[in-house]
Design a protein around this ligand. Structure first.
Ligand code: E4P
Length: 219
């Protein structure tokens, strides 16, 4: 399973990318606004930090302007993926961008019907929002499982990015659902390193060593 990081914070991206665990980056207008920096400058910096798909979202709501914005975003770097909201106009734009060979990520997906439409239009990726589905008492992981099953039955090439991940349990759920990718916020990624028994076990090893060997070191 590939891990994308769902942030535009360069320090967060660098910290995780330096560990070799980041395959790509996703952003959205809220994420970019949180950093308060220029969109193009930020996305190009991210492209220079992570050699993988980097999603930048269009702002327009009509297909014609989405295609123009998407073409502009794609021209910024070879790894740019154009993120398009799941609307009828968005799907029109996805079709046109696909014809131009531009990669797209259809975002704000909340059910399998939307995912099928996006795949049919030629989307490179679909992003089902798991956490936000749970916010409105839908089962985000059930939706993800359904999309994953359908894509496998029909051998659909569009990759699934499990989005709106809130905790490591969501990421495990996405992996179990067979999602190709999970896009994970920095705080959630940090939590994935930790387990209380890991700390207890390491402490135990160090105490046993010290009791028997004192200050003896390897180097
Ligand atoms: C997806 O690409 C979105 O950027 C993101 O996962 C939304 O997640 P949120 O619900 O944590 O804002």
């Amino acid at each position: 399973m590939k891990f994308f990081i769902d942030t535009a914070n360069l320090d967060e991206i660098k910290e995780m990318a330096d560990l070799g665990i980041v395959d790509g980056v996703t952003t959205n207008p809220s994420i970019i606004a949180r950093e308060g920096k220029d969109l193009k400058e930020t996305l190009i910096k991210i492209c220079n930090m992570v050699d993988g798909p980097i999603s930048g979202e269009v702002l327009a709501m009509d297909a014609e302007t989405m295609v123009k914005e998407g073409t502009e975003i794609a021209s910024w770097h070879k790894n740019m993926v154009v993120k398009i909201p799941m609307t009828q106009e968005g799907i029109k734009a996805v079709g046109e961008l696909s014809k131009k060979g531009i990669k797209t990520n259809v975002t704000t997906i909340y059910d399998a019907a939307q995912a099928l439409i996006a795949a049919k239009a030629g989307a490179t990726y679909v992003s089902p929002f798991v956490g936000r589905s749970d916010d409105v008492l839908m089962s985000g992981l059930a939706m993800l499982n359904q999309i994953s099953r359908i894509f496998r039955i029909y051998n659909i090439k569009t990759e699934i990015i499990a989005a709106s991940m809130r905790t490591p349990a969501y990421v495990i759920g996405a992996a179990e659902a067979g999602s190709d990718i999970a896009t994970i916020p920095y705080d959630c990624m940090k939590k994935m390193f930790w387990h209380p028994m890991t700390d207890v076990s390491i402490d135990g090893f160090m105490i046993d060593w010290k009791n028997a060997m004192g200050d003896k070191k390897i180097l």
